[in-house]
Ligand binder design. Structure first.
Ligand code: NAP
Ligand code: ZN
Length: 350
């Protein structure tokens, strides 16, 4: 077994503890990654606090992993020691079903294995990126281009792909008006990617407090959703609205901001159900959709696109003993715009 320092959530909502955890010895197709940075996704908080139900404890969260390959299994062909790599939300899938063959491993018919809070096909609980090492099949590692530093690359592995995928699918580009709801980890990546794809981007945030940042990320407009006038002014304005909010929203109000045939795509994953009126969609033949991360090939495409356009996450780097406080700040909407853990600071002796 491979032992590595990690941050462990012992039970739902309990503070993190630095402990040593074990990973399997390398299989033929495995790479061992020395993790340098791990992003804090709001999904980590939902799961550590068991807001989505059925969580597995003790839990080592983290699915925004950036590091360097430090050992390879005998059959590994894609990577060598020293390569800069990332791991996102998945670490295994069947590889044989129609979705895996299409590069949409997140929809694997056997069930993709999640990076943490999941079970591998060997029934072992998976352990994620708040650690100094991780073992994954080379099929689930992606190459981090030289042009992106590892700290600002880490959040791309979830926040990046989760916003890039629906923007591509729903045609964000020149001539399209895109609104991004919520300027947090996902939202700020959504703004950067939508702008780089050529769309005209508006941020819909609760207040005007982040408007300078929104413009720096590429938005041409920023409106406060706490102001009812915003919904009057922007009625029928957008081809696409990307909702990244971690809480429930008044869906009908947001649907009213779409042009006819427009789409409201939800990536935010609140624990309570949303409700909306059928006629909010029927009137303009509008679409309401969801979107779940993205496949491995597209994750690589997203990283290459990010490098080409000089896009990384905007981050605040923290040490291991600051993670509990960072969770509180994320929940309070006080994140600018992703916390990234410097994993070298995880010390089980402390
Ligand atoms: P985050 O950094 O906390 O950002 C969420 C943003 O939503 C906040 O910054 C805030 O923006 C806004 N917000 C928060 N609470 C709100 C409320 N009560 N009402 C209105 N707006 C509120 O979270 P994240 O890491 O970007 O994740 C966002 C959501 O996406 C989470 O639910 C997460 O689990 C989910 N997620 C889904 C996928 C997927 O595959 N679909 C992948 C990753 C994450 P403003 O201050 O600008 O209003
Ligand atoms: Zn995530």
């Amino acid at each position: 077994m491979i032992s590595t320092p990690a941050l462990v959530a012992p039970s739902a909502g309990a503070p993190f503890e630095a402990r040593t955890v074990e990973h399997r010895d390398l299989r033929d197709d495995d790479v061992l990654i020395d993790i340098k940075f791990a992003g804090i996704c709001h999904s980590d908080i939902h799961q550590v606090r068991e807001e989505w139900g059925g969580a597995i404890f003790p839990m080592v969260p983290g699915h925004e992993i950036a590091g360097v390959v430090s050992a390879v299994g005998d059959g590994v062909t894609r990577y060598k020691v020293g390569d800069r790599v990332g791991v996102g939300c998945m670490v295994d899938s069947c590889g044989e079903c129609e979705y895996c063959k299409d590069g949409e491993e997140q929809f694997c018919a056997k069930g993709a294995v999640m990076t943490y809070n999941g079970r591998g096909y060997d029934d072992e609980a998976t352990k994620g990126g708040y650690a100094q090492q991780v073992v994954v099949s080379e099929r689930f590692a992606v190459r981090i281009p030289e042009g992106i530093d590892l700290d600002v690359a880490a959040p791309l592995l979830c926040a990046g792909i989760t916003t890039y995928n629906p923007l591509k699918r729903w045609g964000a580009g020149p001539g399209k008006k895109v609104a991004v709801v919520g300027l947090g980890g996902l939202g700020h990546m959504g703004v950067k990617f939508a702008a780089a794809l050529g769309a005209e981007v508006t941020v819909l945030s609760r207040t005007l407090g982040k408007q300078e940042d929104a413009r720096a990320f590429g938005a041409s407009d920023h409106r406060a959703t706490a102001d009812e006038q915003t919904f009057e002014d922007l009625k029928g304005s957008f081809d696409l609205i990307l909702n990244t909010v971690s809480a429930n929203l008044p869906v009908d109000a947001y649907l009213s901001l779409l042009k006819p045939l427009g789409a409201l795509v939800n990536v935010g994953a609140p624990s309570d159900p949303d409700t909306f009126a059928a006629f909010s969609l029927i009137g303009g033949s509008k679409v309401m959709a969801g979107s779940n991360i993205g496949g491995i090939a597209q994750t690589q495409e997203m990283l290459d696109f990010a490098a080409e356009h000089g896009i990384g996450a905007s981050i605040e780097t923290i040490s291991a003993d600051e993670v509990d406080a960072a969770y509180e700040r994320v929940v309070a909407g006080d994140v600018r715009y992703r916390f990234v853990i410097d994993t070298a600071t995880i010390n089980p002796q402390s």
